[in-house]
Design a protein around this ligand. Sequence first.
Ligand SMILES: Cc1ncc(C[n+]2csc(CCOP(=O)(O)OP(=O)(O)O)c2C)c(N)n1
Ligand SMILES: [Mg+2]
Length: 329
Amino acid sequence: MSDTDIPAEIGRETLLSIFGKATRIKLCDEKFRSLVLAGQVSAQYYSPRGQEIIPAALGTLLRPDDQVVTTYRGLHDQLAKGVPLRELWAEYFGKATGTCKGKGGPMHITHPASGLMVTTGIVGGGLPIAAGLALAAQLRGTDQVTVVNFGDGAGNIGAFHEACNLAGLWRLPVVFCCQNNRYAEHTAYADGTSVARIADRAAAYGFPGVRVDGNDPIAMYGAAREAIERARSGAGPTLLEAMTFRFYGHQMSDQNEYMQPGELAAARAADPVIRLREYLIEHGVPEDELAGIESTEKALIADAVQFAAASPSPDLSELTTDVYQEALI
Ligand SMILES: Cc1ncc(C[n+]2csc(CCOP(=O)(O)OP(=O)(O)O)c2C)c(N)n1
Ligand SMILES: [Mg+2]
């Protein structure tokens, strides 16, 4: 086969860009988990391993001035939106050189310069914030798009429904991206959700809902492109339900005993990053080119980890800064 077999609607360069972003996410996740397990970093960490393709596809479509909101399971979304590696790692380490001067940590990454507006630990809390960001863009008359990522469990939170209602009413330029990894903490999707598809809920709010295989880069890219174009053109929101799986449970202490036998092994055997690598090779991309992307990413990550480790912790005097607007104190 040759790269001419890669479907024209995505093309070689876009697929390689998705591979590059997914590789960065996978390698950062592997590095962070190994540092936590070795006791070298102490942090509350929720691995997005297995969910890489969703933000990697979105990230190739979004402009730098578009906006993203994510959750505690957000490393993949932050990296794919382009948060710089050094500042991101420093924030994960709680260092003064981090995106939030070390005062946010992994659960609160914010980097407006790259459009990563909020990371929140409040399940469902990101959706009304994203609706507000989209409303602000609409009022300013820009064509910026806001994407909010959240889990399947968040689809059962009141804030989801309130945000969808207002976004539908005001035709806000927002994409609601539900990363359905089939579990909310230890509760299986069907044990907590009244509908077979979260995407079906969009109909109640008057805009399209689409379920897509979030681990398939070509399908995910196509669905994301349509949703982003809809928002950018002023035609309003989309609820994108991207099906996926998380490889390391809810959090790092998870024993995964609540899952169906064989479910986790099957998901890991279908690793979307490995599958994309194999697809690219089968379609004529030289393995050397992919290995080159991987070794470049490894070197950049090693540099960022070193930078973060060598950076100072925030000074005690920082404790009360950035809490209130200075002029109001
Ligand atoms: C409002 C609120 N309720 C409960 C929690 C505790 N909690 C943290 S993560 C989580 C599960 C959310 O699952 P899902 O939305 O599917 O996201 P995932 O962790 O699978 O990415 C819960 C219940 C919380 N952080 N916030
Ligand atoms: Mg979930």
